[in-house]
Design a protein around this ligand. Structure first.
Ligand SMILES: Cc1cc2nc3c(=O)[nH]c(=O)nc-3n(C[C@H](O)[C@H](O)[C@H](O)COP(=O)(O)OP(=O)(O)OC[C@H]3O[C@@H](n4cnc5c(N)ncnc54)[C@H](O)[C@@H]3O)c2cc1C
Length: 475
């Protein structure tokens, strides 16, 4: 097994897309197969080294950034083991882009991949990632059929879907280990906040979204679907946001069978894209839509765009223009991240979601905030799933203080509406406090008790999901 300890060699493992600066570690284990993962975990166990599991390093919340001990990198676990019928089995370090290309060759598709396709499948499972098609197909959770994982005790375990369920007392009996599920219930919306919990839940769902705190996932079996039929992308530009909600609900009601993706970009978001797409009309907001293609459906879209007075409509007409519009959607988070890096500040990004019935209320709340502040903001993303990214760019200490207040008020609002503090990016090292606001002290303790079952020494993923000091205290 390769072990890196040279300062320059490990620098890359001390960052992700969060721009968190506090990463440090003694070295990086790079196992080449499952046995070597067991070896790496056993070395850490015997020496009591804490360790952080690393995937592709595209996470937004510092989950793969170590702040002490070692890193176990999954980068060499990069084999797609099998692909047949509607299933694939792959090692956790497979890059999602490579996987999508391979299954495309056999006319299959894997819908829940995130926008950033250099992520690894293991990272996707650990954060319950979702992407542009999750509006139609749901998040990663819906596609994971089996997980192989090395626990904190250095034991290889295999958890298939459909075998181990919580009983009526909330206990999952797994090979004589009793796992009490948390006392809270995960909201029934898009959510990547803390361990999943639901009466009668499947054990595999506890591992999905556990952000590298329960073990090193080595192999994953996923469900595939048939390649999607021919589609096209439309971008509808509107003069203002007056009819955003009306348009949204109209589209959801009348186009549900045709829609694959439904996203929103406010005017400041479009400004971030103008450098790459000069045709964006000034002073507009936009809906990005991916739909099944046929002439009647295109006609239906044109009718609704006229009905709502879209001032411009861009439609993909061939593969080249389709790819260009896919890039339109992908470019925004990249451009925003580049901007944050240039300013050299930690990203202040709200990743909250609520149910469909409460979405108008959250949207008005965000707009009330933006109308009363001069801080630069963008509001964009997965409007079809009642989940928008609200990013703020404070430029000085005064604005930073204001942003903290805005963050807290937004959290209170979202939680009062039964929503989640993270719909997509997870908690990592930067949102502990918000997770506690969502599930309370008891909820956090319930999670740590579960962690202690898989990782009795408390060595895996220090400071992911909850403070390391709390894990040590509850042990
Ligand atoms: C430009 C951009 C766009 C993005 N768009 C989206 C999006 O559309 N949807 C979305 O959901 N996310 C998005 N993200 C966030 C990110 O891509 C996802 O969270 C992704 O799933 C992280 O995968 P990764 O392999 O990079 O994980 P890493 O960043 O390496 O790790 C993430 C977490 O998973 C844990 N982990 C990784 N591998 C394993 C393993 N094998 N076993 C146990 N734990 C493990 C780590 O310890 C860490 O806690 C975006 C990020 C960027 C930079």
């Amino acid at each position: 097994m390769l072990i890196k300890s040279n300062k320059e060699e490990i620098l890359n493992y001390l960052e992700d897309a969060s721009n968190l600066k506090s990463g440090t570690c003694h070295g990086v284990f790079i196992p080449e197969d499952e046995e070597e993962v067991v070896d790496a975990v056993n070395i850490c166990l015997s020496k009591k080294y804490p360790y952080t599991v690393s995937g592709g390093g595209t996470g937004n919340v510092g989950g793969r950034i170590p702040f002490l001990g070692y890193v176990i990198s999954t980068e060499k676990l990069d084999n797609i083991q099998t692909m047949e019928n509607n299933k694939a089995s792959l090692q956790s370090g497979v890059i999602i882009d490579k996987f999508l290309n391979e299954i495309n060759k056999i006319n299959k598709f894997y819908p829940p991949y995130p926008t950033e396709k250099s992520a690894f499948i293991g990272g996707n499972v650990s954060t319950n990632a979702s992407g542009e098609y999750s509006f139609c197909f749901g998040p990663t959770r819906n596609y994971v059929e089996k997980i192989r994982m090395v626990t904190g005790q250095g034991k290889m375990i295999e958890i298939p879907r459909g075998r181990y369920f919580a009983d009526s007392n909330g206990i999952i009996d797994y090979e004589e280990i009793k796992i009490p599920i948390p006392s809270y219930k995960t909201p029934d919306i898009k959510c990547s906040a803390g361990y999943f919990s639901k009466p009668g839940m499947d054990l595999i769902d506890l591992i999905i979204g556990s952000e590298g705190t329960l073990g090193v996932i080595t192999r994953i079996d996923v469900k595939l679907i048939d390649k999607l039929p021919e589609r096209f992308i439309l971008i509808l530009f509107f003069k203002n946001e007056e009819k955003v909600m009306e348009f949204l609900f109209d589209v959801k009601k009348n186009f549900s069978n045709e829609l694959y993706a439904l996203e929103f970009f406010d005017n400041p978001s479009l400004e971030f894209l103008k450098q790459d797409f000069s045709e964006i009309p000034d002073n507009t907001c936009a809906f990005y839509i991916e739909s099944v293609y046929n002439d009647d459906i295109l006609e239906k879209w044109m009718t609704i765009s006229e009905q709502y007075n879209a001032i411009d409509v861009v439609v993909s007409s061939d593969k080249k223009s389709y790819d260009r519009l896919i890039d339109f959607r992908h470019r925004l988070p990249e451009n925003i991240n580049t901007y944050f890096k240039k300013l050299n500040i930690t990203k202040i990004s709200l990743d909250m979601a609520v149910s469909e019935k409460n979405f108008s209320s959250l949207f008005s709340f965000y707009r009330n905030i933006t109308s009363r502040t001069n801080i630069r903001t963008v509001l964009f993303g997965h409007i079809g799933e009642s989940h928008l990214h609200f990013n703020l760019f404070p430029i000085d200490e005064k604005e930073k203080t204001q942003v903290k207040e805005i963050y807290m008020k937004s959290l209170e609002k979202v939680l009062s509406l039964g929503g989640t503090v993270s719909a997509e990016h997870g908690i990592g090292k930067i949102k502990h406090q918000y997770l506690e606001m969502m599930y309370g002290k008891k909820g956090i303790e319930d999670m740590i008790k579960i962690k202690n079952i898989f990782d009795p020494q408390g060595l895996i993923g220090p400071d992911n999901l909850f403070p390391y000091s709390l894990v040590k205290k509850i042990q």
